[in-house]
Structures are given as C-alpha cells and as structure tokens.
Ligand binder design. Structure first.
Ligand code: SF4
Length: 175
C-alpha cells in the first residue's frame, strides 16, 4: 500500500523470504527464481559470519576439508586442491599457495587433539574456496573444483570426518 514500504531486512518477522533464502541448508532456496545451491548458500553464510568463536564449527571444517583435500577419504572422486602440498613431516599437509610455508602452525591437518589451520574461525584461502572467510562464488558453470563443491551433496559432506580441538591458550590472545 505505502510507497515507502520496504521488505524486512532480516529480523525474522516473516514479511519476506529474502532473508530465509540466505540461510544455510534451507529447502526454501529451491523455490526462488534463481536459487543458490544449498552449498553456495551455506558457504556464503559462513563467509559473511562474524568472528565470535575460537574455532570453526564442524560443518565449516568439513567444507574446508572438502575444498583442500577433496573427497577421496569418503570414496569420492574429487581430487585434492592443486595447492595442497605434502609436508616434510609425515602425514601433514599445507597450502603451497598462501606463502606461509611448511611448519606446524600452517598445517591444514593435525592429530585429533591438535588445533590446525582449518580450525581457525576466520581463515582465507588463496583460491577463495567454499568454507573460507573470503569465499567468492564461481562465475562460470565449468567443471572446476569450486563449481563441483558448490553443487556438492550435503548428505555426502557430513560424512567427512573432522576433529574439533579447542584453541590452545597461547593462540587465544591473537584472535
Ligand atoms: S588454495 Fe585454498 S583450497 Fe587449496 S590448499 Fe590452499 S587453502 Fe586449501
């Protein structure tokens, strides 16, 4: 009725569904004209999140793990990122594209008890992949790893096993 009526900006009053469409893992995205895929929606939500926790939550870490390591650990065929490097330390991997080198603080994986790079709540990826704070959606529908991950089956994603260690005391002051 009023010319000045605006859509709700996301206060959960129920006056529009724009806000709902941005929420991760909501089925309502399918009903929108140009819906984001479930995984795109989830990844965008993660990327825009404030820095309030001391560790990434499990779904975030699963998505980051998929971006870096692919899904061969759960029987899939998505290969690891081209930027994933084998550490000189057996069983450890690091990102060869971020320039941080190969040392304990930069390892992307760890033992169950150890805090790794993928556990940081805010973390940038040189390729801006899903799960990272600087994620940007792929622009083309080519068969890139990013596009495949953006259309990944959420039921498969939850099968990726990740740990959730607490941040060590010495790292807390810098976060
Ligand atoms: S470029 Fe990104 S996805 Fe690839 S290994 Fe580095 S952090 Fe992981």
């Amino acid at each position: 009725m009023s010319m000045h009526r605006k859509k709700c900006g996301g206060c959960n009053c129920g006056k529009n569904n724009q806000y709902k469409s941005k929420h991760p893992l909501r089925k309502s995205v399918d009903k929108l004209k140009n819906p984001l895929t479930m995984m795109q929606s989830f990844a965008m939500s993660l990327a825009s999140r404030g820095l309030t926790n001391k560790k990434a939550d499990i779904p975030t870490k699963q998505l980051r793990t998929l971006s870096c390591f692919g899904d061969e650990s759960i029987g899939g065929s998505l290969p690891p990122c081209e930027g994933l490097g084998k550490s000189e330390t057996k069983g450890r991997f690091y990102c060869t594209e971020c320039g941080c080198g190969d040392r304990e603080g930069t390892w992307l994986n760890s033992t169950n008890e150890s805090y790794s790079k993928l556990d940081y709540p805010k973390l940038h990826c040189p390729k801006k992949m899903p799960g990272f704070s600087n994620y940007i959606m792929s622009e083309t529908k080519d068969n890139s790893r990013k596009y495949i991950i953006e259309n990944y089956d959420a039921a498969q994603l939850v099968k990726i096993t990740v740990s959730s260690p607490d941040m060590p005391e010495d790292k807390k002051p810098i976060i």
